[in-house]
Ligand binder design. Structure first.
Ligand SMILES: C[S@@+](CC[C@H](N)C(=O)[O-])C[C@H]1O[C@@H](n2cnc3c(N)ncnc32)[C@H](O)[C@@H]1O
Length: 248
């Protein structure tokens, strides 16, 4: 039974392929989890940024410096804080739950320098309808977000990423959980595969930059062997102009 009248208990759902799903009702689970006071280290909250993202930022493989970065489903915002610390011009974290945004903002204010904190923003809103007033972003980071969405929302997820990034923009996906044999329709987290990301993102107009297993040392310990890295890029404006040039 829920402690919060009107808000159903947060539990796994089983979604039959092709079945209509009430997304509003589904999303109540996230509000419930956060309203119940999710603590660092509980459930999906790993208590810190993924080692892989820190690696990509520090080696310059996916640099944030000077770029505008978007992190949907940011939860307590660890990845947003890492991007701001790595010099992002602006790092925006989105979460449906106001409580997540409050927790992320508090963590930002207690852990970042004033300069980095000014470049890390959190907003309580839906990834699918969000628009930043200054337009699309240069870099997106998606971790434990696609697996949080019901399978019916996947195509819209890829199309939303194509809208949120500028031409030439890059999307980094940390693909989790890759659990062969798990029921694909039970979640969240709904199990995913590298092939799923590839087919969704290529159909939405992205090009593949890289798709590979995450080395064991770059996963949270409990997620070792269950993660892949995908890097994807939208064609640049020049490429788009070239591709749409009139033959006359
Ligand atoms: C599995 S949790 C992952 C949180 C965070 N990425 C982490 O690793 O700690 C998924 C998060 O996405 C948020 N969320 C779910 N659907 C969303 C949507 N459509 N737009 C924005 N946030 C959403 C939930 O509230 C939840 O905090």
């Amino acid at each position: 039974m829920s402690d919060n009248p009107g808000v159903p208990a947060a539990r796994s759902v089983h979604v039959r392929p092709g079945e209509e799903l009430d997304l509003e009702e589904y999303n109540q689970r996230w509000h419930k989890i956060w309203a119940d006071g999710l603590q660092p280290g509980q459930r999906f909250d790993a208590g810190k940024c993924s080692p892989l993202l820190l690696h990509l930022l520090s080696t310059g493989e996916a640099p944030a410096a000077g770029r505008r970065v978007l992190v949907p489903g940011c939860g307590r915002g660890y990845d947003v804080l890492a991007a701001a610390t790595a010099g992002a011009a602006l790092a925006v974290g989105l979460d449906l739950a106001q409580e997540a945004v409050a927790a992320a903002s508090a963590l930002r204010d207690e852990s970042l320098t004033a300069d980095a904190a000014a470049r890390a923003q959190f907003e309580a809103c839906d990834f699918f309808t969000y628009q930043h007033p200054d337009g699309p972003f240069d870099l997106g980071y998606d971790y434990t977000f696609l697996c949080a969405l019901p399978p019916q929302a996947r195509r819209a997820w890829a199309e939303a990423w194509a809208r949120h990034l500028a031409p030439g923009g890059e999307l980094v996906t940390l693909i989790f959980p890759v659990d062969p044999g798990a029921d694909p329709d039970a979640g969240p987290p709904f199990p995913v595969t590298p092939e799923l990301y590839e087919s969704l993102l290529l159909a939405a107009g992205f090009e593949r930059v890289k798709l590979e297993r995450v080395p064991n040392g770059l996963s949270h310990p409990q997620r070792v062997g269950r993660e892949w890295l995908g890097r994807w890029r939208l064609p640049s404006a020049a490429g788009l102009e070239h591709g749409t040039q009139s033959k006359f």
